[in-house]
Design a protein around this ligand. Structure first.
Ligand code: DHB
Ligand code: FE
Length: 287
């Protein structure tokens, strides 16, 4: 049976992709941030997952405001990146696992999550920057990928509770897949940031620290927040934390935190990376 070995939550800020492309990782501005990825990379090298299920948000490359699915799951054999206008190099395409994708989609719909299935899907910085951070060197990528996109862009957004339960359904679906695959779940985006409006530049370190604690030990407290609580506390784009909440739902009730780093600011955002391992003996909570 497929097994979820753990999860990594990480920022996906485009400036990180630019720093990687320009080899700036050891510059004083970037070093403390990139140092946080040493442990997750080491863990991935040891765990050798076969598949990464990546919960992220598209920012207008694949979905635009004219058609905005609340939840969408990739079901393609490959996913291409494309130029979004951030000046980032277009990265090598990512292999999918269409068979596992359809298993997820079938189980999610049976669980009343009526996701959009995407047999063609471009993946943007929300997906590719974490891949470039976690598997440096670019393609060919050593894992197959399944994009799970959450609308964090156009209101109404799904609630934290709904995203947590989606993650739980994703977790149950993965663990009911009959092939012996090792799966890592990624959640991307955040932490607090607001890119526009009168609060542009807003960062809330106190709330971020609370999120970093509760995502490990009490995700259900986060799942009880409203989207408006999250916007108020984390900023209009800080709602990307919904992706982290969904990622956490896919893990078991009890997890082990192997590393966590938080660094402010990266571009306009509080940067963070968190590595969690699933405890094998821990029970999956019933949704
Ligand atoms: C930034 C952060 C994001 O999450 C994003 O999608 C784009 C830009 C930033 O801080 O620059
Ligand atoms: Fe973003």
């Amino acid at each position: 049976m497929a097994e979820i070995v753990g999860a990594i939550a990480t920022s996906h800020i485009p400036a990180i992709g630019k720093a990687i492309a320009e080899g700036r990782q050891n510059e004083p501005y970037w070093k403390p941030f990139f140092d946080g990825y040493a442990r997750p990379r080491e863990w991935l090298a040891a765990m050798k997952p076969d598949v990464a299920v990546i919960v992220y948000n598209d920012h207008g490359l694949n979905f635009f405001l004219d058609k905005m699915p609340t939840f969408a799951v990739g079901a393609a054999a490959t996913y291409s990146n494309a130029d979004e206008g951030w000046g980032l190099p277009v990265l090598d395409a990512f292999d999918g696992d269409a068979d596992l994708s359809w298993h997820l989609i079938e189980n999610l719909v049976a669980d009343e999550f009526d996701v959009v299935s995407c047999q063609k899907m471009l993946v943007d910085h929300g997906f590719v920057v974490p891949m470039a951070l976690l598997w440096p060197g670019g393609g060919p990528w050593p894992v197959k990928t399944i994009p799970v996109s959450v609308n964090t862009v156009q209101h109404p957004l799904p609630s934290p509770g709904r995203c947590y339960r989606l993650g739980q359904a994703v977790g149950r679906a993965i663990e009911s897949y009959p092939k012996d695959l090792r799966v890592v779940v990624l959640g991307t985006g955040g932490l607090s940031h607001q890119l526009d409006g009168t609060r542009a530049g807003f960062i809330n370190k106190e709330f971020d620290r609370l999120c970093l604690r509760q995502i490990v030990s009490d995700p259900e407290a986060l799942a009880r927040l409203s989207v408006h609580d999250l916007m108020e506390q984390a900023g209009a784009q800080g709602v990307e934390f919904l992706n982290w909440i969904a990622m956490r739902g896919a893990l078991h009730g009890a997890v082990t935190q192997l590393s966590c780093t938080y660094h402010v600011p990266i571009s306009n955002t509080a940067g963070a990376v968190l590595l969690l391992e699933n405890r094998k003996q821990a029970q999956r909570r019933v949704a």
